[in-house]
Design a protein around this ligand. Sequence first.
Ligand code: UDP
Length: 235
Amino acid sequence: MKYKRILLKLSGEALMGSRQYGIDPERLSEYARDIKEITDLGVEVAIVIGGGNIFRGVAGAMNGMDRVQGDHMGMLATVINGLALQNALEDQDVKTRLQTAIKINEVAEPFIRRKAMSHLNKGRVVIFGGGTGNPYFTTDSAAVLRAIEIEADVILKGTRVDGIYDKDPEKDLNAIKFDHITFAEVLKKGLKVMDTTAFTLSQENNLPIIVFDMNKKGNLLKVVSGENIGTKVNL
Ligand code: UDP
């Protein structure tokens, strides 16, 4: 395997499958099977999960809600998704721990870096819920932050698109995909990979990001074994 320890970022929306809201159990178990495949090969897996399938603070604020209140709801949404993913992984006999940035002690462990590292060393999948624990941040920022903290080799951003394009491939048939691109080029071309805070944090810490299509069975294994699918962003 090319990567020994990875941080997988899954958006909340990815969990919806073809639904408009919430969690598609079928999609969830497909993800769990893909994750099991790589843990069985000895890859250490940490996961940050989003909450956009349930609630986003920005959307709440647009409807007149207090932004911070909305962000708290969004963070709790990520914990709901984390619990669902934990359940799906355990159905596949994968050992897991859920750690949250906001303490919910009856439900999950609090985030403790040393404990997270120790779980990973023992082959447990660690799911990080609650984002960074702060409003005005995103789970992309949480993904980069946790990846740096746990010394992951790479961030794998699983999306429904198979990489980074020069234009939106869902809108423009002539869009061209990059196999590889530098952080500087992404910024220069104004391409959207992650929000700016998350992206800059990754760049400053020289943490590569691979964007790939997580909805194609077996792709996660291909990426982890170093196959050139998706788009890799590095220095
Ligand atoms: N959120 C937050 N702080 C964080 C991470 C998330 O306040 O560190 C809130 C924010 O309201 C966000 C929501 O949780 O809209 C869900 O996260 P995100 O939008 O990143 O989820 P995704 O787009 O990946 O599904």
